[in-house]
Unconditional design. Structure first.
Length: 146
């Protein structure tokens, strides 16, 4: 699959973003007893390759995407995953982030909308805050890692 195709096909772009979010969510589930007990990743049983990377598509995925079946299915799975992490599981909730660049105490996650993620330490910030603060991670600046 041509990697640039994502820029031209809206549904493919949306699926690609959801798949990147699934990879972030997988990290929460691997450390969560409840998620393992509930076998939450089994919701992706027909799309196991979605938990490996965000770039690989089967022919069936592309057919389902074209026929309008894949996007609603993956959106529902992401909704279930998001609810587990942000509402139903205290362990997963505790692994969220507070933006260190502002006074907002609302917990954010790497899969939240409008967030920036440090590629070195994976700290998560509001996109607007990160853009205003010269796009440098305060954790790395404090530790002189930059």
């Amino acid at each position: 699959l041509n990697a640039k195709l994502v820029n031209y096909v809206n549904q493919l772009s949306r699926i690609n973003k959801l798949r990147r979010n699934i990879l972030f969510m997988k990290c929460y589930f691997l450390c969560c007893r409840t998620a393992r007990k509930e076998r939450i990743l089994q919701h992706l049983s027909h799309h196991q390759h979605f938990v490996e990377n965000s770039d690989m598509y089967s022919f069936l995925d592309l057919i389902d995407l074209y026929q309008g079946r894949l996007l609603p299915e993956i959106e529902e799975i992401v909704r279930i995953f998001t609810e587990h992490i942000t509402k139903n599981c205290l362990t997963c909730q505790g692994k969220g982030f507070i933006c260190e660049l502002c006074d907002d105490t609302k917990v954010i996650y790497p899969f939240s909308d409008d967030v920036a993620i440090c590629r070195k330490c994976l700290a998560t910030f509001h996109q607007d805050c990160f853009s205003r603060k010269s796009k440098r991670c305060p954790r790395l600046v404090d530790r002189n890692f930059l």
